[in-house]
Design a protein around this ligand. Structure first.
Ligand code: MG
Length: 387
């Protein structure tokens, strides 16, 4: 294949597709994707019409827009389960997101689903998270109770459609309908009418695989749990048995990490076994047929029930650990004071949030401003104005 040199970033779409040797994303998808995958050419498009990019497909552009938005970068300063003061080893909201994207892409590639769409959905899924994880979310939800509450999944959509203004000609990121609808399913999980694309189902499964594995890893590394305690969970006991059958004499550190790798690999293989055979024989003609089928990409019933046991155990022993409860209570009390404080003194809000309060109301605008903060910035603002 000839080397293609793209000299001008401003070339038109027509010029680009005529360049010899340049494979279009439509060509690539035609070769790589299964019939049940979502194809770029079938996208419902964007709210504000834009010309096509010469060599990046629509979902690839979504992925890039998410990657370059400030809410995404700030995930590095937002806790997943454990705060920054507890060390540098454990996951932040950003590294959690990277792990979800990586696992989701592995599954997507093996099932011949649309990797670009899957990656965009994965990188997007947590950008609406407020500081201090679910503790922060619960506090904001309570503060905004009379205004319809607060959900990080919905807030991701608000960021993408209204708050993150960075392009000429439209507010937000102007993402494709498929990415917005995919996140919409996360925001409205109890609505059985919503039939998500297989790519959306897959990211949800990858999120669960990811946090089950890394929360186990982080909790042991931080000393909140020991492996001896964890073996009472069947999924961990069986995984550990497989590891011990393959290796002997592993140091505690390597044993913990091998266990986590095996935990991920086992769950991913289970999803592929559970779904691969079905998808290969279901003869779906297209993505719309597949999304309407009474089938969901996820673990087998056996592993789903073992995952539920592990999650219950993590809830009782990690998420409700006294150290974590302390962090949770302190964070929630700060957020409540800050929310009330900004309502009393709206002049402390940045100008654009003050302006935004004209259209969405002051409480909502205050909630959105706080939701955008990193843990560090939130603590700083609290100490400065409300301590
Ligand atoms: Mg997540």
């Amino acid at each position: 294949m000839k080397t293609v040199v793209l000299r001008k970033r401003t070339m038109s779409s027509d010029e680009a597709v005529r360049l010899p040797g340049l494979q279009t994303y439509q060509d690539r998808e035609a070769v790589l994707l299964a019939p049940y995958a979502m194809r770029s050419v079938d996208s419902a498009g964007r709210k504000y019409a834009e010309p096509e990019h010469p060599y990046r497909g629509p979902f690839q552009r979504d992925r890039d827009r998410i990657l370059h938005c400030s809410a995404y970068r700030r995930l590095s300063g937002k806790m997943q389960v454990f705060t920054g003061e507890m060390g540098d080893y454990h996951r932040t909201r950003l590294t959690h997101t990277h792990e979800v994207a990586s696992i989701a892409r592995t599954i997507a590639r093996a099932l011949q689903l649309n990797e670009d769409l899957v990656e965009a959905l994965a990188l997007f899924h947590d950008i609406g998270h407020p500081p201090f994880g679910h503790a922060g979310e619960d506090a904001l939800d309570e503060c905004l109770r009379d205004q319809g509450g607060f959900s990080h999944n919905e807030h991701a959509l608000t960021i993408a459609e209204e708050i993150d203004v960075r392009y000429h000609g439209f507010p937000g990121l102007n993402l494709t309908r498929e990415v917005l609808d995919g996140q919409g399913v996360r925001a409205d999980k109890r609505n059985p009418e919503l039939r998500p694309l297989l790519e959306v189902q897959l990211v949800d499964a990858a999120d669960s695989i990811t946090y089950d594995a890394h929360d186990t890893d982080d909790a042991v590394k931080l000393g909140l749990l020991s492996l001896d305690e964890l073996v009472e969970v069947p999924l961990i006991r069986e995984t550990l048995t497989r590891v011990n059958n393959r290796f002997s004499g592993l140091s505690p550190r390597v044993l913990r990490q091998t266990l986590v790798h095996e935990l991920i690999d086992y769950q991913v293989s289970d999803v592929l076994r559970n779904c691969g055979r079905y998808l290969a024989t279901a003869s779906f003609q297209n993505a719309q047929q597949a999304r309407r089928a009474p089938f969901c990409i996820g673990p087998s019933d056996e592993i789903a029930s073992k995952k539920a046991d592990l999650e219950r155990f993590l809830y009782n022993h990690v998420y409700r650990h006294p150290q974590i409860i302390n962090v949770r209570e302190q964070a929630q009390s700060r957020l409540r004071k800050m929310f009330a404080g900004y309502l009393r003194r709206p002049e402390l809000l940045p100008k654009r949030y003050l302006t935004r309060s004209d259209s969405v109301g002051l409480p909502r605008s205050v909630g959105e401003y706080i939701a955008g903060m990193t843990d560090r910035f939130c603590n700083e603002q609290f100490e400065r104005h409300f301590a």
